[in-house]
Write a protein that binds this ligand. Structure first.
Ligand code: FES
Length: 109
């Protein structure tokens, strides 16, 4: 297997339904992760990148959170219907999907 060009992390952290921070899993991130698996195969990217589940990465209120390395690009509120666009536009064409970018202001000072 060749060294992957990109590593995509999909937060699949779960919390109880009444937890004040909510969770990416509670907002459908497992379905997002599964869509990445399906779309990677469809686009023949299986040997180009790696997609793994992660625990909480911080911006829970903006989840499902997806991060693409080595680019350091953070995506917010990703749905299964966004996955093909991320792969086709960002991974294949090198252009991050602007409408899904997590604002830097989320992180505070
Ligand atoms: S639960 Fe996903 S970023 Fe916190």
């Amino acid at each position: 297997m060749p060294k992957p060009t990109h590593h995509i992390l999909v937060c699949t952290q779960a919390r109880p339904p009444d937890h004040p921070r909510g969770s990416c899993s509670g907002n459908g991130s497992k379905e997002v992760f599964m869509r990445f698996m399906m779309e990677m195969a469809r686009l023949n990217l299986v040997f180009k990148l790696i997609v793994t589940e992660s625990s909480c990465m911080g911006p829970c209120a903006f989840g499902p959170t997806v991060v693409v390395y080595p680019d350091g690009v953070w995506y917010q509120k990703v749905t299964p219907n966004d996955v093909a666009e991320i792969l086709e536009q960002h991974i294949i064409k090198g252009q991050p999907v602007k409408r899904l970018l997590l604002p830097d202001a989320v992180w505070g000072p």
